[in-house]
Design a protein around this ligand. Structure first.
Ligand SMILES: *[C@@H]1O[C@H](CO)[C@@H](O)[C@H](O)[C@H]1NC(C)=O
Ligand SMILES: *[C@@H]1O[C@H](CO)[C@@H](O)[C@H](O)[C@H]1NC(C)=O
Ligand SMILES: *[C@@H]1O[C@H](CO)[C@@H](O)[C@H](O)[C@H]1NC(C)=O
Length: 365
């Protein structure tokens, strides 16, 4: 017998003090994103298309992967003007929300004295960036000219004096040089902030066995249940326990499991309880075995796993004072609030994914 349940794991943390420095002004707190130390993955550069610009600073930059773990910025920059302190330096960061749309103003930065501010912001990276453009011993202002980048390792950006903790997610940041509210040059950089921690002891109990560590952010989560379906890809499925479940939205924030369950066999400790979680990877494919659980004594193990949720679930199927084994029979669900699953003895911290996670639960053999 088998059952699948799709859900979204999203972060529990809904409001955090974003800024750790008064020069950064957060306008929008992306409420669904986990927060912490990050590692940046650079995705690309583009010209600003949604902004009217005098185009006096032309960026022709692109990313070039030079090895499995190194990426370089290449291309060229043409300054038709001197970049001096008569300009402002502005930065506007957009964040991708959970439904895939971009939200501007996730993070806004505006400083006068563009050249000096840029130099100060870059800190020690200033020299590396300027050197890679052939501008040695660079100081402000940056002269007019054509600068060809010899290949700047993106790893140097990790040394920029920027917040070391931020919300994990996909971002697009627009850097622009302005004067009197007019834009003279603009560059868009897209990147992903992911958790620093790429390998963690996943389990808080030895019965859980992690086989694959998805490079996803990690933290406390909240579950959004997306659906329940029969397992279709299971060989050797004898269907002696038949689930006919579906989700029913009761209110804006409550969802119930409804339907019925038929036990053609007694659900007892002669069965094993297995659980295989697949995770949707960054390119949208499903990876099985993200998380694997197998226990003998299915009934007792389920009771133990459910913990305080056991009674709620059993009463939801009309079995009062339920103990193991669960007899043969047809069980009609009166409606089990999905909130009861938060009582289950499952790890309270997990990898977080903004895409859906598919859970496959198999019981018996
Ligand atoms: C990149 O990978 C190589 C080989 O695996 C390793 O020696 C090097 O330290 C890595 N560099 C970084 C920046 O992680
Ligand atoms: C500047 O970079 C662009 C984009 O990579 C390239 O097409 C162009 O040929 C470069 N210009 C020069 C003069 O190298
Ligand atoms: C940069 O400065 C160093 C020492 O101040 C000097 O030796 C070198 O020639 C300078 N390089 C350029 C390209 O001006």
């Amino acid at each position: 017998m088998a059952k699948m349940c799709k859900f979204l794991i999203i972060n529990l943390i809904v409001s955090l003090n974003l800024a750790n420095s008064e020069k950064y002004k957060p306008l929008f707190l992306p409420h669904f994103l986990p927060f912490g130390e990050y590692r940046a993955k650079y995705l690309g550069f583009a010209r600003c298309t949604s902004i009217q610009s005098h185009d006096k600073i032309i960026f022709n930059l692109y990313l070039s992967k030079t090895s499995i773990n190194t990426t370089e910025v290449k291309g060229n920059i043409t300054n038709y003007i001197v970049i001096d302190d008569s300009f402002n330096l502005e930065m506007n960061m957009a964040v991708k929300d959970s439904i895939g749309g971009w939200k501007d103003n996730a993070f806004v930065f505006k400083k006068p004295k563009a050249c000096s501010s840029f130099k100060q912001l870059l800190g020690t990276v200033w020299t590396q960036i300027m050197d890679s453009g052939g501008n040695y011993n660079a100081t402000c202002p940056i002269p007019m000219g054509f600068y060809k980048l010899s290949g700047l390792d993106t790893a140097v950006f990790a040394s920029v004096d920027f917040m070391k903790k931020f919300f994990y997610g996909s971002y697009k940041v627009r850097f622009f040089f302005t004067k009197n509210n007019e834009v003279y040059g603009c560059l868009v950089m897209a990147f992903l902030l992911i958790n620093f921690i790429v390998s963690l002891i996943f389990v808080n109990s030895e019965i859980y066995k992690p086989l694959l560590l998805p490079h996803l952010p990690f933290g406390e989560y909240r579950i959004n249940y997306l659906g329940l379906t029969r397992c279709t890809a299971m060989p050797l499925l004898v269907d002696k326990i038949l689930f006919n479940f579906y989700l029913s939205k009761k209110s804006a924030n409550t969802t119930e499991i409804r339907g019925n369950l038929t036990n053609f066999v007694q659900f007892d400790d002669s069965l094993n309880l297995e659980f295989n979680m697949a995770v949707k990877d960054s390119i949208g494919g499903w990876k099985d075995n993200a998380f694997v659980f197998k226990q003998p004594k299915a009934c007792t193990s389920l009771k133990k796993l459910f913990g305080k949720a056991w009674t709620h679930v059993m009463e939801g199927v009309g079995v009062y004072n339920a103990t193991c084994p669960i007899p043969v029979g047809l069980y009609k669900l009166s409606g089990i609030d999905t909130a009861v699953f938060s009582l289950i003895n499952f790890p309270k911290t997990l990898w977080l994914s903004y895409s859906s996670v598919k859970v496959k639960e198999t019981m018996g053999s």
